[in-house]
Ligand binder design. Structure first.
Ligand SMILES: [Zn+2]
Length: 121
């Protein structure tokens, strides 16, 4: 990945995900999982994110277990989620791991996942 290319990087750098572009919008969800992680998500289609094939992550699945939440095995940052159904295009990347400058002007979309008991995926 070229220097300065859009990316999300965990604290230690072991899981650095390339992005087609920085998002225009980030989502804050108030469900118990998103609140616990203190996360803001940016959503992408499969072709717009390059997650390193050798990324060493641990995963957590919850509720309907439709997606796996990945965190860096070294520094523990939640980095992204991936759908278990390989036909699903949508995936989420932790926007808090993107450089603050390029996403400073993003719209913030608030999602009431708490009332549904699950995160917005
Ligand atoms: Zn890390």
């Amino acid at each position: 990945m070229a220097d300065g290319a859009p990316h999300a990087r965990c604290h230690c750098g072991a899981v650095t995900t390339g992005l087609a572009a920085y998002p225009d919008e980030v989502t804050e969800c108030n469900c118990s999982l998103c609140r616990s992680y203190g996360i803001r998500w940016a959503y992408f289609n499969a072709g717009e994110v390059a997650i390193p094939a050798d990324a060493c992550t641990h995963t957590y699945a919850w509720n309907g277990q439709n997606v796996d939440f990945h965190r860096c095995a070294n520094c523990g940052c939640m980095t992204h989620w991936l759908p278990r159904d390989s036909l699903r295009e949508r995936r989420g990347v932790n926007a808090n791991l993107m450089p603050p400058g390029p996403i400073a002007g993003c719209r913030v979309r608030k999602v009431d996942g708490a009332s549904r008991g699950r995160p917005r995926t």
